[in-house]
Ligand binder design. Structure first.
Ligand SMILES: [Zn+2]
Length: 115
């Protein structure tokens, strides 16, 4: 099942609110929960986890990792015009061999198809 979301893995996004506001990064993961979607953005919203050694001799200490952000806190960076944009949808001509039009994302600013 595909996540019904305007942001996808490997998109570049800008953080709009919160501690990491203004930061830009690549989406590592889109996590769909019941009614909300969160995203992990590379290098953004880092938190320090203190890990205990899980086995004797294993390293322990601080691990920095990304904490997920609500998808509503980020905006897609358009690969065409490089601006943070809202995403619309449009139908593109069907791919060869398939009779169905494809639904694609569209940048609301430059109107280019994103994928
Ligand atoms: Zn654009």
């Amino acid at each position: 099942m595909t996540v019904k979301c305007k942001i996808r893995k490997d998109d570049r996004v800008e953080v709009l609110t919160g501690r990491s506001r203004g930061k830009i990064g690549k989406v590592k993961k889109v996590m769909a929960e019941k009614n909300r979607v969160r995203v992990l953005v590379e290098g953004v919203n880092m938190v320090v986890r203190h890990s205990k050694a899980s086995a004797p001799g294993a390293p322990s200490g601080k691990i920095e990792k990304e904490a997920p952000l609500p998808v509503s806190n980020v905006a897609l960076l358009c690969p065409k015009c490089h601006e943070a944009t809202r995403v619309g949808h449009a139908f593109a001509p069907p791919a060869v061999g398939s009779g169905k039009p494809r639904k694609v994302r569209v940048c609301r600013k430059c109107k280019e198809h994103i994928d």
